[in-house]
Structures are given as C-alpha cells and as structure tokens.
Ligand binder design. Structure first.
Ligand code: ADP
Ligand code: ASP
Ligand code: MG
Length: 412
C-alpha cells in the first residue's frame, strides 16, 4: 500500500481535542488507502517544562538523564494518538523510539540517526495495522540509552521515516499554514510561499527560521523526500501549504526568497591579540574543543602587529567560551588586553538562490538598514545568503525593512 508520513507539532497535539482533530486528518488519508506513519511531538510547552525541571534538579545535569526526561512528552502524545485512532476503528499502535528501534549516535541531546530498521513496523502493517504512531524527537544509542535529536527534532524524525519507508510524501502539520517569506509573527506582510527550494529552506532553517529543524531539510534534500509544511487548523486540501522541493521545480524566483533572524546571539571581541600566523587557530581551536559553535568571525585591521578578533556564538555558550579563552590565555597560547562581550545582538539574514544571478543584493541590504539608522557590527556572506549582526533592539525593524526593500510581499 502507498504510505504517507504525517507529523504533528506541539500545538497540533496541545490537548485532547487537538489530538482528536489530528486523528481525523489521519483517518482521511487512511480512507484514501494510505498506510500512515504518524510522528508526534510533545504537547506544546511540555518539552520546555521538562527541560526546566531538569535544570532545577541538577544544573550540571547528566546528559543521559536529561534525554530520559525530556523525551517523555512524546511518549504521552504517541499513546494518546494511538488510542484516539483505535476509538475511530483504525488499527493503530504507538511506538517509542527504542521499540522501532530508532538507532542513533550517543551524542545526547544532539543525536543523529544511524539506522531505522523497517522490519518491526512493516510486520505490523502486514498484519493489518494501518497506522504506526511514532514518538518524535527520540531514539536509542548503542549503549541502550534513550537519546534526543535536539529541539525541534520531531521534524527530523518525520523526514527520516519518510526516507526509510519510501513514503509518497512527508506532511509537517504545524501552527502556520506553510513556509513564509519571514516569520509571520514578526512581520504582518510576510507572504506564504507555494514552493521553496531545499537549499533556501536549509539556509533559512539554519539561520533561525524554526518552522523546520535544519537536519530535517538536510535529510529531505539528500533522500529526495517530498516535504510539505501545512496547518493542522485549516481545511484539508491537496494544494495546501508549502512544498519544499528541488530548485528545478520552481519556475521563477525573487533574488531574495526570505528573511531569517536569530535573537539569541552574542558577540565577543578579543582586544589586541598578536597578528601572527597561527593566531586564529590558537583562539578557535580551544573554543571548538569546548563545544562553542562559533558562527561569524572578523579580524580587524592590525596596527603595530596587534589586532582585534571578533566572533559570534549562541548567547548560552558565552560562559563556556569565556572559560575556554581564559584557560588558553593562562596556558600562554595567546595574549590579549581585554575581552568584550555583547549579549544584546541578533543576526538577520536574507536568503535566495536568485542571488547567484542577481548582483547588488548586499548593497541593497546595507542601504535599507542604514536608512533605518541600524548599525551593522559583523557581516558574512555565502553564495545564497547575507547575514548581519546588529543590536537586538533593532531586529524586528531590520526584518521589516529587508522584507520591504526586496519586495517579498509580492510574488516574483
Ligand atoms: P511545531 O511545534 O509545529 O513544530 P514550531 O513552533 O517549531 O512548530 O514552528 C512553527 C513556527 O515557526 C511558526 O509558528 C512561526 O512562528 C515560526 N517561523 C519562523 N520562521 C518562519 C517562516 N519563514 N515561515 C513560517 N513560520 C516560521
Ligand atoms: N518536543 C520537542 C521540542 O519541543 C521536539 C519537537 O517538537 O520537534 O523541541
Ligand atoms: Mg518545530
């Protein structure tokens, strides 16, 4: 039988009534003749609550127990969804990650899939089950411990199952009716896209658009999964939502497809380090070893053989970064006169495959920001994106200004 993967995010399973509504959508697909793998998130707010409880109990927690706790929200919704489907006379059962088994690395809270053997679920389908309800976000390591995939990881579970089971499509049901030119909660002129290219979605996700977890887009691109984002609150239709697809399936596009932002950034500057070969390696080596995800880097113009080195990283990694730098300095790896940390910055990015063939996008972006009096602190670019670091208080304004200057409220 043809197979679909349907993933329901936290708001789509937020209470018993919503689970009921989601189950009705599953029933529609079953009635069309599909076997369905349903991936569920925890009820909205649940994972945050669990994360909070771990922190209250043990600030420097054991990552294995963290995963044991935070994965539990999905177990509840998986069971409830299976029960609801059974009430509708649809043969269904729930699966926790270890039961499938969903085999992952043992990188707790950031685990990656190793394999999803199909045999157990296939056997149940062969026995007449029509729906497998799988708890998203979780798996099991070779050591037999429960792992999680990082926040938003149920999207990745969904795409991985679609790839492993050769699903006709992977539908991601969420609280917005598709992928927009920017977060519709920030910009009321944001426009829903009918289609977006994998490459663009990948950049938008990794630059902060949390509508899809970055890994899920990577997997969809690699395994050519037909990925659709749509609302669980709107009437079902075949053309609803946004299709994330290959570039060749998109007829025309603007130079810029979307604007993404990330609020939780920090900027750190080492003042007056020696400008010598190996200095970048000496600074960024220990940061990498400490698990700091350094994003943007600039080395300023040097004077008298000394220079300032600036980089950005997630806000919650600043303490770790400061510790790594202090230790490296104490070892005599490098020297500096001061370390300046700015915790109130945000990153705003424009993304579009059209940039490959359109000149002047960067200039237009900088002009729009300057017209709003927004100072740019750091810039990075790639073939299809330009990112700037700015004061966080101007983030919304910058998103609006960029959305306007690139005419994103209008179709190409
Ligand atoms: P779920 O719980 O269903 O996984 P998420 O909260 O993880 O939902 O993702 C959906 C949210 O992503 C939306 O509510 C929206 O605020 C946000 N978002 C950010 N950027 C975009 C974008 N470009 N298009 C659509 N939604 C976006
Ligand atoms: N419940 C997890 C989270 O909130 C995973 C997910 O919903 O995708 O991050
Ligand atoms: Mg999500």
């Amino acid at each position: 039988m043809p197979l679909l993967v349907m993933k329901f995010g936290g708001t789509s399973v937020a209470n018993i009534d919503r689970i009921h509504r989601a189950a009705k959508r599953v029933a529609l697909e079953v009635a069309k003749g599909y076997d369905v793998i349903v991936i569920v998130s925890a009820m909205s707010g649940k994972t945050n609550e669990l994360v909070g409880w771990v922190g209250e109990t043990s600030p420097l927690y054991d990552a294995r127990e963290y995963d044991a706790v935070v994965s539990s929200g999905e177990n509840v919704t998986a069971g409830l969804m299976a029960l609801r489907l059974q009430e509708m006379d649809i043969p269904a059962r729930s699966w926790q990650g270890w039961q499938v088994p969903i085999l992952t690395t043992s990188a707790h809270s950031a685990a990656r899939f190793i394999d999803i053997p199909r045999a157990n679920i296939d056997q149940k389908f062969a026995e007449g089950f029509r729906v497998a309800v799988v708890a998203g976000f979780q798996g099991v390591s070779a050591e037999g411990r429960i792992t999680t995939l990082g926040r938003g990881g149920s999207d990745t579970t969904a795409v991985a199952f679609a790839a492993a089971f050769g699903a006709e499509r992977c539908d991601i049901y969420t609280d917005v009716d598709g992928v927009y030119t920017t977060d519709p909660r920030i910009c009321d002129r944001a426009r829903k896209l009918d289609r977006i290219a994998f490459e663009e979605m990948l950049e938008l996700a990794s630059l902060g658009a949390k509508v899809l977890q970055t890994r899920s887009v990577e997997l969809a691109m690699r395994y050519k999964v037909r990925l659709r984002v749509l609302s669980s609150f709107e009437e079902p239709s075949d053309t609803a939502g946004t299709l994330v697809c290959g570039e060749e399936e998109i007829m025309e596009s603007n130079a810029v497809a979307g604007v993404a932002f990330s609020r939780d950034e920090a900027k750190m500057t080492l003042i007056s380090v020696a400008d010598r070969p190996g200095i970048a390696a000496a600074i960024f080596g220990p940061l990498a070893e400490a698990g700091v995800n350094v994003d943007m880097i600039v080395q300023n113009i040097s004077e008298d053989g000394r220079t300032d080195m600036t980089f950005s990283c997630p806000n919650d990694q600043v303490l770790r970064a400061e510790k790594a730098i202090a230790e490296a300095k104490a070892r005599g790896d490098f020297n500096f006169s001061d370390l300046v940390t700015d915790l109130a910055v945000a990153k705003v990015s424009v993304v579009g495959i059209g940039m490959r063939s359109h000149a002047g996008v960067a200039a237009q972006m900088f002009k729009a920001l300057s017209a709003e009096g927004i100072n740019i602190k750091v810039i990075t670019t790639s073939e299809i994106k330009i990112s700037v670091l700015i004061d966080r208080k101007y983030m919304e304004l910058a998103v609006q200004a960029l959305h306007d200057i690139f005419g994103l409220d209008k179709a190409a």
